[in-house]
Ligand binder design. Structure first.
Ligand code: PMV
Length: 312
């Protein structure tokens, strides 16, 4: 029987989260944790299979409504009936930890649906169908997740302006640790907004600092000055603390990384839970830091090199 499988990968934000909401730049990199989706013919109602939900497309839980809308819009666009399909999702990206799992699921579904029906898919179409799902899930998302997950390279991102690729750099050895606490991006973004309204000058100063750090990180990446990238990541973390989106456990994991010899460390994504990252000088050190973070109570941890498509 006919069957189509497509993949998508996760992302991490290297610098500029939250400031990006205020029009500042951010840098995100692909994180090769994968999700795959497979489309098959079946009879009757569309069946959706995943770790979080298996059942009819029409009965999808609230958190997956964006995805079911996206699927329906694609089928309408392709002039296909909303029936007679089985959609199976297999994902290694944890949900709700700021790793962009929802956008990655949508990307893989859009790709596999188009390929199942033998239709050509442009980047622009892919972006706008995924945006349907993301806007439903997150309200007004900046689009950073989608752009980073459509890219094989680190990206420089500005809201309403778009992206440029950051190439010609040395590989980065990145450790990612999950606090095990769900990231409350929406609350974190609202908290920053409240602080901004209470004290615009102070918050603007912090946002400007984050902007400068992000610019400096890009320069250091292009020069291959990884030590400097590391130091700047830690500065970025300190500003995220100042803006009120870190927590005790994230700070502890950042400290433990630095003690274990990391070049730098910071929370990544919305904060208030979710994940943190550390930069290592090589893959051996990345492994050591990753183990240390597990010993310090991280729920799970990965490490990878940006020039390879595997995660350890
Ligand atoms: O938690 P994540 O990885 O979706 O990142 C949120 C990033 C923010 O800048 C805080 C919000 C946004 O929409 O860009």
């Amino acid at each position: 029987a006919k069957l189509s499988t497509s993949n998508a990968h996760s992302k991490i934000i290297l610098a500029g989260e939250h400031a990006v909401v205020y029009g500042k730049p951010a840098i995100a990199i692909p994180f090769p944790l994968k999700v795959s989706s497979t489309i098959e013919r079946s009879r009757g109602n569309i069946i959706f299979e995943s770790d979080i939900y298996t059942g009819f497309l029409d009965d999808m839980p609230l958190q997956l409504k964006g995805i079911s809308n996206c699927i329906k819009q694609i089928l309408n666009y392709l002039n296909k009936p909303i029936s007679d399909l089985r959609i199976r999702i297999i994902s290694s990206i944890p949900i709700g930890r700021g790793l962009g799992s929802s956008a990655a699921i949508s990307i893989s579904i859009v790709r596999s649906l188009f390929s199942f029906f033998g239709q050509k898919l442009t980047q622009k179409q892919l972006f706008s169908f995924v945006q349907v799902a993301e806007n439903y899930a997150h309200g007004n998302s900046s689009g950073l997740d989608i752009m980073a997950e459509l890219s094989e390279y680190p990206i420089w991102f500005e809201k309403r302006i778009g992206i440029t690729y950051i190439k010609n750099q040395k590989p980065l050895y990145v450790v990612v640790a999950d606090t095990g606490n769900s990231a409350n991006t929406r609350v974190a973004v609202e908290n920053v907004r409240k602080r901004y309204n209470d004290n615009p000058e102070k918050v603007q100063r912090i946002l400007n600092k984050i902007e400068q750090i992000t610019i400096d990180i890009k320069k250091a990446l292009l020069k291959g000055n990884t030590d400097l990238v590391g130091r700047l990541l830690t500065y970025n973390h300190n500003e995220l603390v100042n803006i009120g989106v870190s927590d005790k456990f994230l700070n502890k994991l950042v400290e433990k990384s630095l003690k274990a010899g990391a070049l730098g460390a910071k929370l990544t994504g919305g904060g208030l839970g979710g994940c943190m990252i550390a930069l290592a000088k090589d893959i051996e050190q990345a492994k050591i830091i990753s183990n240390r973070l597990i010993k310090s109570g991280a729920y799970q941890s990965w490490y990878f090199s940006t020039n390879e498509d595997i995660v350890m």
